[in-house]
Design a protein around this ligand. Structure first.
Ligand SMILES: Cc1cc2nc3c(=O)[nH]c(=O)nc-3n(C[C@H](O)[C@H](O)[C@H](O)COP(=O)(O)OP(=O)(O)OC[C@H]3O[C@@H](n4cnc5c(N)ncnc54)[C@H](O)[C@@H]3O)c2cc1C
Length: 292
């Protein structure tokens, strides 16, 4: 442990209003801490710049999953274990439930939250591609009020987000309109648990009259932000899945992404894997068409 606890202050007001008031009163001073699975890594390494931490794990308003006829609303401080075990999340949003099951080990899933994954804004985060393909919408809250932000507009660049210094992510809404879709989630990493993705994919697709009616593709770890593959999607819609289309999709994926070399992988490997994962999904979609 390279940090001295005596240098830090942790408060736990226990209600949303008090948390937001403190954050507004001393802007950029108080760092929210939810599950702490990212914050404590920085703390232990002696790299946590903030000395004032404010606990948001015990705020009831941001710990619930609410189901409405047209959407579900996930409180930002819901942990992965809660997401994995929730019946509607597992049935209607399997890409998110699967990503939750990949995120670290069991202890990490009991503490790590969806809001923390979003705010931490790592391009390699596992749940973020699923949020892109499910058209998630975030509610951001401060003493100034609430505002809604489409998740696709939340990341402005590497580790840059639309969050103001006095704002929290309150919840994540997902529309309930992807029930008939074929879904495909893949994480490629050194191993399944406790490994950050080299590349991860969330994909949804629908076939009608033998052609692709809708397709939604998002990748993690291939760009400064989690990336929706809009050009590849556009190229695929209305087409029959055949080997030439799959080959063209692989090329299109490689054009859209901006992978880098880092300690986990190389840009070249990531580009090859990204294309292969999309190809694998299209083959699965074609197999579903054959069964229908
Ligand atoms: C051993 C280990 C394995 C891991 N494996 C994976 C993995 O496989 N895949 C993966 O994606 N991640 C992984 N992680 C990273 C981490 O678990 C996730 O990013 C997790 O979702 C973070 O949530 P948290 O509640 O713990 O965030 P915290 O550590 O509490 O906070 C993280 C950041 O988000 C901010 N924040 C938290 N909640 C809010 C909110 N509601 N509003 C505004 N800001 C907020 C905090 O201020 C902080 O800046 C791993 C971490 C560890 C330690």
């Amino acid at each position: 442990m390279r940090a001295d606890p005596a240098e830090y202050r942790l408060v736990s007001p226990g209600n949303l209003h008090a948390v937001l008031s403190l954050m507004a009163g001393e802007p950029a001073q108080w760092l929210p801490i939810a599950g702490g699975t990212d914050v404590m890594v920085l703390y232990s390494a002696g790299k946590l710049p903030n000395r004032k931490l404010i606990n948001i794990w015990n705020i009831p308003e941001i710990r619930q999953i609410e189901v409405f006829p047209d959407r579900i609303r996930i409180g930002a401080a819901c942990a992965y274990t809660e997401l994995r075990r929730h019946e509607i999340v597992s049935r209607e949003f399997p890409l998110l439930a699967t990503a939750a099951s990949w995120t670290g080990g069991i202890a990490n899933q009991n503490r790590g939250t969806l809001g923390g994954n979003i705010a931490n804004a790592s391009p390699a985060a596992d749940s973020l591609p699923a949020l892109l393909v499910y058209d998630a919408e975030l509610t951001l809250i401060s003493v100034r009020g609430e505002r809604r932000v489409a998740y696709r507009n939340f990341h402005a660049g590497y580790k840059q987000t639309a969050l103001a210094v006095d704002e929290l992510i309150r919840d994540i809404s997902l529309p309930r309109r992807f029930r008939g879709y074929v879904s495909h989630a893949r994480k490629v990493g050194a191993r399944n648990a406790q490994a950050i993705s080299k590349v991860c994919l969330a994909a949804l697709g629908q076939i009608a009259n033998g052609v692709i009616r809708d397709v939604r593709l998002a990748l993690g770890s291939v760009a400064p932000v989690p990336l929706r593959l809009s050009e590849t999607e556009h190229m695929l819609i209305g087409k029959n899945i055949e080997p030439s289309l799959i080959a063209a999709a692989k090329k299109s994926v490689v054009k859209e992404i901006q992978p880098i070399d880092d300690i986990r992988s190389t840009a070249r490997y990531r580009a090859a894997v990204a294309g292969n994962l999309v190809a694998e999904f299209l083959e699965k979609l074609a197999a579903e068409r054959a069964r229908a």
